[in-house]
Design a protein around this ligand. Structure first.
Ligand code: S3P
Length: 435
């Protein structure tokens, strides 16, 4: 699928409520499934990735009803899942795969996880090896999917994580719930803590030490279904925050965006770059929430290192785009995790931004960008490479160009944001942005 993008002459304007958070939608389904009683998720994200989790849980014997963005999960309890009759297809969803690996490792049946071509190239030893310390047996195919999970009784453990990954941490937490005694998980760097927050909300017990990296999980909780309102996805809001910052004349307001501090790295990046961003928190239960207002601004370059990365991991394509418009050199390092996302994002960011004439140099663990406000565009035919976030990043880049641009493989955007182009159009009041 190709999509044609045109420049909005007067910038982006208006108010947009972005769809629900992807990470929290996955986790809401999983915690609903392993609780007893009914869980109701409102503002659930009905994107391909989360629907992979929903379907997999149904194949594990959980009754789930969905009406658009409202989902009802009839929980079966931590030990109530049943053996699937066929391999569980995770599609493109890395989060679903890693989290379900941790959950299924401790169940009383075997299961198999498969995925699409991209997911089948992503590393799975990162869950296999630490889960093995709890006695789990996961057979991989040369380190990748298909993954055969031999469900068995798990032991508790103290595990030092080798990568800064919320997916791996969450897999370990879900496994630790099934051990007989408490387990401790030590992160390299703090990563998104939605699993910890939701586990606590559903009645589980877990303690995060003052260092923010040492998590002790109490096993065998009795989890009870509840109502969860999923906040707007900061990672989706980030595309419009970036667009408003770099398209002259823009001013937009994004209400009800999730403001979990483990996810708000892009807000800090924009502030450090001289962006015009206002954040108004609002009262909320569980996850912090608020309104973000962004106006166009002249940006400065930025340097980011390993400690900065987890809170902005999914927004690094946008950091690259912001840096490409800022006069001067930006350095992004400590981001080698980008190499194992839906694509090798260091390679795909560099390949796509070079089409705009951006001076970007690939580094083993990031990139260096010598930015400037006006680019010497080489070609206006972009490609998502099958990666939703690369596709949306280039759609936003296209808004700055005087010529119309096309985006190949735009359908990849459905993985996390099926309504992306409709929502973008809503912020372009003169309706000239998209065709
Ligand atoms: C996610 C964690 C991150 C992020 C992904 C979603 C999650 O991955 O990139 O999009 O929901 O836990 P890692 O934890 O592997 O960095």
């Amino acid at each position: 699928m190709q999509t044609l993008i045109k420049r909005p002459q007067n910038g982006l304007h208006g108010r947009l409520t972005v769809p629900g958070d992807k990470s929290i939608s996955h986790r809401g389904l999983i915690f609903g499934a392993i609780s007893t009683g009914t869980t109701r998720l409102t503002n659930f994200l009905p994107a391909e990735d989360c629907l992979s989790t929903l379907t997999a849980l149904q194949q594990l014997g959980v009754k789930i009803d969905r009406h658009e963005t409202t989902v009802t999960v009839h929980g079966v309890g931590l030990h109530g899942l049943t053996a699937p009759t066929q391999p569980l297809d995770m599609g493109n969803a890395g989060t679903a795969t890693r989290l379900l690996a941790g959950l299924l490792a401790g169940q009383a049946f075997d299961s198999t996880l498969v995925g699409d071509d991209s997911l089948s190239q992503r590393p799975m030893q990162r869950v296999q090896q630490p889960l093995a310390q709890m006695g789990a047996k996961l057979d991989l195919t040369a380190g990748h999917l298909p993954m055969r999970i031999h469900g068995r009784a798990l032991q508790s453990a103290t595990i030092k994580m080798a990568v800064a990954s919320a997916q791996v941490k969450s897999a370990l937490i879900l496994a630790a719930l099934q051990a007989p005694t408490a387990s401790t998980i030590i992160e390299q760097l703090p990563t998104r803590d939605h699993t910890e927050r939701l586990l606590t909300a559903f009645g589980g017990q877990l303690n995060t030490a003052a260092d923010g990296r040492t998590i002790t999980v109490q096993p065998q909780p009795h989890l009870t279904g509840k109502t969860v309102t999923v906040p707007g996805d900061m990672s989706s809001a980030a595309f419009f925050m970036t667009a408003a910052s770099i398209v002259p004349g823009s001013q937009i307001t994004l209400p009800q965006v999730g403001l979990n501090p483990t996810r708000t790295g892009l807000l800090q990046v924009l502030q450090r770059m001289g962006g015009d961003v206002t954040v108004t928190p609002q009262a909320s239960v569980g996850e912090p929430l608020g309104t973000v207002t962004v106006k166009a601004a002249t940006l400065k370059p930025i340097d980011l290192g390993a400690d900065d990365i987890p809170a902005v991991i999914d927004e690094l394509p946008l950091v690259a785009l912001l840096a490409a418009t800022a006069t001067g050199v930006s350095h992004i390092t400590g981001a080698s995790e980008l190499r194992v996302k839906e694509t090798d994002r260091i390679a795909t960011i560099v390949a796509e931004l070079k089409k705009l004439g951006v001076q970007i140099t690939e580094q083993p663990d990031g990139f260096t960008i010598d930015g400037r406000p006006a680019w010497q565009v080489k070609t206006a035919t972009f490609d998502s490479h099958g990666d939703h976030r690369i596709g949306m990043m280039m759609a936003i880049a296209g808004l700055r160009l005087t010529q119309p641009t096309t985006l190949a493989h735009a359908e990849a955007i459905n993985i996390s944001y099926p309504g992306f182009f409709t929502d973008l159009q809503q912020l372009c009041p003169t309706k000239e942005a998209l065709a």
